[in-house]
Design a protein around this ligand. Structure first.
Ligand SMILES: NC(=O)c1ccc[n+]([C@@H]2O[C@H](COP(=O)([O-])OP(=O)(O)OC[C@H]3O[C@@H](n4cnc5c(N)ncnc54)[C@H](O)[C@@H]3O)[C@@H](O)[C@H]2O)c1
Length: 249
């Protein structure tokens, strides 16, 4: 049974037009939250927000652009009064290893997967600290820990650095009622896996996952619900593995 733990809360979920962002937005709305769904894909965002109902608000932001983040987040905060939960979930994948990584690819992947998480956090943290309550969840990845089985150098680096950002922010705001945690999924059944990996690559990965299947988006959203729960205030600076036993540490 879904607990109405977030009836007084407003959340921002980035990458909300994607598979994990949509599942997360839906789960937080089911818990009573109002969710600002951020993505670059305006058409899909508008359509999904309309489907999720009056507690879903679509906000188009290109997260590669620090000025756009600051301007749009500032306007949203003025309009809605404050954000209690931030899920930095937008991400782009690239599978190129170092030899074939271009400067542009490196910049883009780092901008979306890492820089945007800092800029979004900077926008919401003053209000969270003032109200002495907040939850930030960063979507990291197993690739940030193991160098990337199939993921490339820019992606793995961005996710490792996002875990380090999680620790740094968690330490900075721990005394202000704000927790900052991460989730490190591996191989969720999404187009990132089913379309960007060949059948052979998918099978090779499946052979290595002890649980014997890919993760489902709802299982990811459930971990977000746990980390944002009012009773999770003692969990901070943690990156929760969600990898079906692919890596024990
Ligand atoms: N799918 C997996 O197996 C897996 C595993 C580990 C980590 N992750 C991470 O989970 C997160 C979500 O992944 P997903 O599988 O739902 O991917 P997805 O591609 O379905 O969703 C990503 C979303 O981010 C948005 N986005 C991309 N660039 C943007 C930009 N410049 N500005 C705003 N939005 C932008 C896209 O439009 C998309 O809607 C990502 O951070 C990804 O790296 C996924």
């Amino acid at each position: 049974m879904t607990e109405l733990i977030h009836t007084d809360h407003t959340a921002i979920v980035t990458g909300a037009a994607g598979v994990l962002g949509l599942a997360t937005s839906r789960a937080l709305i089911d818990c009573g939250a109002r969710v600002i769904m951020v993505d670059i894909d305006r058409d899909r965002l508008d359509q999904l927000a309309a489907e999720l109902g009056e507690n879903a608000i679509a906000a188009k932001i290109d997260l590669r652009d620090a000025e756009e983040i600051s301007a749009t987040a500032g306007r949203l905060l003025d309009e809605i009064g404050g954000v209690d939960i931030l899920v930095n979930n937008a991400g782009i994948l690239s599978n190129n290893k170092s030899a074939t990584t271009t400067p542009q690819e490196w910049r883009n992947v780092l901008a979306v997967n890492l820089d945007a998480a800092l800029f979004m956090s900077q926008a919401v943290l003053p209000g969270m600290r003032e109200r002495n309550w907040g939850r930030i969840v960063n979507t990291c990845s197993l690739a940030g820990k193991n160098g990337g089985l199939t993921a490339g150098t820019a992606y793995s680096t961005s996710k490792g650095a996002l875990a380090a950002l999680t620790f740094s922010l968690a330490r900075e705001v721990a005394g202000d009622g704000v927790t900052v945690n991460g989730i490190a999924p591996a191989y969720v059944r999404t187009p990132m896996v089913t379309e960007q990996l060949t059948e052979t690559e998918q099978q090779a990965v499946l052979d290595q996952i002890p649980v014997g299947r890919f993760c489902e988006a709802e299982e990811f959203a459930h971990v977000v619900t746990f980390l944002t729960h009012p009773l999770a205030g003692f969990v901070t600076g943690e990156v929760v593995d969600l990898n079906g036993g692919l890596l024990f540490d």
